[in-house]
Design a binder for this molecule. Structure first.
Ligand SMILES: Nc1nc2c(c(=O)[nH]1)N[C@H]1C(S)=C(S)[C@@H](COP(=O)(O)OP(=O)(O)OC[C@H]3O[C@@H](n4cnc5c(=O)[nH]c(N)nc54)[C@H](O)[C@@H]3O)O[C@H]1N2
Ligand SMILES: Nc1nc2c(c(=O)[nH]1)N[C@H]1C(S)=C(S)[C@@H](COP(=O)(O)OP(=O)(O)OC[C@H]3O[C@@H](n4cnc5c(=O)[nH]c(N)nc54)[C@H](O)[C@@H]3O)O[C@H]1N2
Ligand code: SF4
Ligand SMILES: [Mo]
Length: 674
């Protein structure tokens, strides 16, 4: 019997800026291959290695096929299959018991970017939890400080479009590793280099792009703020600040200059460990080059100074007058560019004034007892045991016998192993989705290419059903994918146009088009349309004011800075089940030597809150004093089953309550043979 292969179109809604358009090969009702298509021009026919393996995620041994109720101890991952009806009845009953007993705030939903699609988060799920009066989750694990800084300074103005990097004469890649976490930007950077552009990389590791850079600054983690301020100081002091642009478009230039004043190159060099001469070379190159494109990543935000660091980096193109030409300015997350779509309004789920729990404090929240306790934890679109700080505290919470945990996921994650009820979720290839890029400026719609595997169901359906079973559903609530999609599009002032574009082309762009030029086509979306270099709100939020530098994480006392950026295998933990090999911690030779460590040795990495046992890899591409264990690992990746998150403190960034993963300070010691 011959099998007919069909090629169907889809769009990737994973938490990734690139928003690839996909070409999916289907045979016998199964996905057999996933590749890139040309519909989103930025995809250019290729995708990451991660998503190419998506069929193994859909049909592999970790896939959840039926709802299940726990049989073994928490953590064992043993469940007996039950019908959807039984599972939903049980969950609905427990939700109501908590609401009517302890109160709605005893329910804590935990979700993050597992599926960044509009249909799978903040629709019927928000309706359920908001109407039950559940605790609210502050989604701060990633991008909260950057988002707050970008909102304060520029009102989340759209940044430079990827293709416009090809026009730059100088590209600055600051705290980002596009070779793994924004791969569709790389060809445009290489094109700019072919046309003669210079490249500067600011990263404690010699990344692939750093190897190709004209200047690589390798700072101590958490010291981007002094670096950026020293550049700002020099620009003002040398008369290289664009006073005309600042007068016309910005508030707060003098105050910013005043706050940057103490940061001479010498002083910034002392803090950052980057030579003063290199800082000056960077400043001159930046001042002299136009167009200058600055790609700011998430590396600079994941420490105590994160919010101020991002704000100072984003202030640079304003001070140096780099806007107003194609390829000039900055790119950060562009998620705010789509704020015209109002999900909560569409879902008819206004937020209640219930208590807010910062997700970086999940471990602490689960440890609360009495009137502040969390009695029911509902996890979906997230894998908190492996992705949040202070892993051992999160684990202790999940082990609580009096906590009822529901985990709704396509696969049996490490978190799901602790669930009382697991619910199997449909993947994005098995349902309708509407998703936006936060790097590429696109909105895309995609229908299911195959039926859901096993009994998996889409998020919006399951939460709509839970609304009915808990009695919070109301007549007229949008419930089906089509109803929710219409409500979402109608929330935008140009909803009719978006709907028409999507049904004709499956793809739609911003009102400013696919590649708006900042200060030509797009302007700050602040209330007065100007840049606010020292916004009052941000200044008030930070305990010592915006741009105040905190030298070292308080009270650590351990010598090595452990950073946990993404790798080409894991960024978030999604698809981490597919990689079975052990993951080593990387150390610089000068740190390995005195500890008697050579490549492949077993080590114990530890600090005051946790420990990881794994192998060591010696890597001269690191800055001395910095250790590297990638994020997104699963328990099978290390000998101890713990990861960098077990060593990451649950302290918060200066702005927006963000995570301080890279403030982990550790010691490493050699272990004997296993
Ligand atoms: N294909 C694919 N792409 C993705 C994702 C995905 O799942 N798949 N996920 C996306 C998500 S959620 C995110 S948040 C992004 C993350 O993507 P990136 O912005 O690349 O963030 P990180 O990997 O955290 O770190 C980036 C770089 O910052 C460096 N770094 C660490 N600390 C510091 C510091 O203090 N200062 C400076 N200057 N650099 C530092 C690290 O060495 C690293 O090379 O990737 C996104 N891209
Ligand atoms: N040590 C350390 N840890 C970090 C970071 C760091 O720098 N260092 N950075 C962090 C960053 S950048 C991020 S963004 C977070 C990510 O943290 P999380 O948001 O927890 O992301 P994932 O680990 O990808 O978990 C998403 C889960 O959603 C599931 N999922 C996907 N689609 C659907 C769906 O349609 N329905 C349902 N119900 N589930 C679905 C996936 O299978 C996956 O298990 O991790 C953070 N963790
Ligand atoms: S590069 Fe990003 S958008 Fe493209 S397939 Fe991979 S995860 Fe999805
Ligand atoms: Mo992220």
């Amino acid at each position: 019997m011959s099998t007919v292969e069909r090629h169907l179109e889809s769009a990737c809604p994973l938490d990734c800026p690139d928003a690839c358009s996909l070409d999916v090969t289907v045979a016998d009702g199964r996905v057999i291959a996933v590749g890139g298509s040309e519909r989103n021009p930025v995809t250019g026919g290729f995708i990451c290695a991660k998503v190419r393996r998506y069929p193994e995620h859909m049909y592999g041994p970790s896939r959840l096929l039926h709802p299940g109720v726990r049989t073994g101890r928490k953590g064992a991952g043993e469940f007996h299959p039950v019908s959807w009806d039984e599972a939903l009845d049980l969950v609905a009953r427990r939700l109501l018991e908590v609401r009517d007993g302890r109160g709605g705030e005893g329910i804590l939903p935990v979700s993050y970017g597992g599926s960044n699609g509009y249909l799978s988060q903040d629709t019927t799920d928000a309706r359920l939890f908001h109407r039950l009066g559940a605790s609210r989750l502050l989604r701060t694990v990633c991008a909260a400080p950057s988002g707050r800084a970008a909102m304060g300074l520029y009102g989340k103005m759209p940044g430079i479009a990827y293709p416009d990097y090809a026009h730059a004469k100088l590209v600055v890649v600051w705290g980002m590793n596009p070779s793994v976490s924004g791969i569709h930007l790389v060809p445009y950077i290489l094109e700019a280099q072919r046309r003669g552009a210079k490249l500067v990389v600011v990263d404690p590791r010699r990344t692939r792009l750093a190897e190709r850079a004209d200047l690589h600054l390798a700072p101590r983690p958490g010291t981007d703020l002094p670096i950026a301020l020293s550049l700002i100081r020099w620009l003002f002091a040398e008369g290289r600040a664009d006073r005309r642009f600042l007068a016309e478009h910005a508030h707060g230039a003098d105050e910013l200059a005043r706050r940057a004043e103490p940061w001479t190159f010498a002083r910034a060099a002392g803090e950052s460990g980057v030579a003063a001469g290199d800082l000056e070379r960077f400043a001159r190159l930046y001042a002299d080059s136009s167009p200058a494109a600055l790609r700011c990543g998430w590396g600079p935000e994941r420490n105590r100074n994160g919010g101020s660091a991002i704000a100072a980096i984003l202030a640079l193109p304003a001070v140096a007058g780099k806007f107003g030409v194609r390829g000039g300015g900055y790119t950060l997350s562009n998620s705010g560019a789509w704020k015209e779509i109002d999900g909560l309004a569409a879902a008819r789920a206004p937020e209640p004034a219930t208590r807010a729990v910062n997700m970086n404090h999940l471990g602490a929240a689960l440890a609360e007892r009495g009137g502040a306790s969390v009695d029911l934890l509902f996890v979906y679109n997230a894998n908190p045991l492996m992705t949040l700080p202070d892993q051992e505290r999160v684990r202790a919470g999940l082990e609580r016998e009096d906590l009822f945990t529901v985990v709704f996921d396509p696969v049996l994650t490490d978190t799901a192993r602790y669930a009382d009820v697991v619910l199997p979720a449909a993947t994005f290839l098995e349902r309708t989705e509407l998703s936006r890029g936060y790097g590429a400026f696109v909105l895309q719609r995609a229908e299911a290419v195959v039926p859901a595997h096993g009994e998996a169901r889409p998020n919006h359906e399951v939460f709509a059903e839970l609304c009915r079973r808990t009695g919070v559903a109301a007549p007229g609530d949008p419930e089906t994918a089509a109803e929710i999609e219409s409500a979402l599009l109608e929330s935008s002032p140009r909803g009719g146009r978006l709907a028409a574009d999507l049904s004709r082309d499956r793809i739609a762009y911003l009102p400013e088009g696919p590649a708006p030029v900042p200060f030509v086509d797009a302007f700050p979306r602040t209330p007065d349309g100007r840049i606010h270099l020292v916004p009052d709100a941000l200044d008030a939020e930070t305990s010592h004011g915006l741009y105040h530098y905190q030298p070292e994480p308080s009270g650590s006392g351990f010598p090595l800075a452990l950073i946990s950026p993404g790798s080409d295998r894991t960024i978030s933990s999604t698809l981490g089940e597919l990689h079975r090999a052990d993951v080593p911690i990387a150390l610089h030779p000068v740190d390995a030597g005195p500890r008697g460590l050579s490549d492949g040795d077993r080590v114990r990495v530890f600090n005051g809150i946790g420990a990881v046992r794994c192998r060591v890899r010696i890597d001269a591409a690191l800055r001395p004093g910095v250790a590297f264990l990638p994020k997104g690992l699963w328990s099978h990746h290390t000998e101890s089953g713990t990861t960098a998150n077990a060593l990451a403190p649950d302290s918060l960034t200066d702005l927006a309550g963000g995570a301080c993963f890279n403030d982990a300070r550790v010691e490493v010691e050699r272990l004997g043979r296993a």
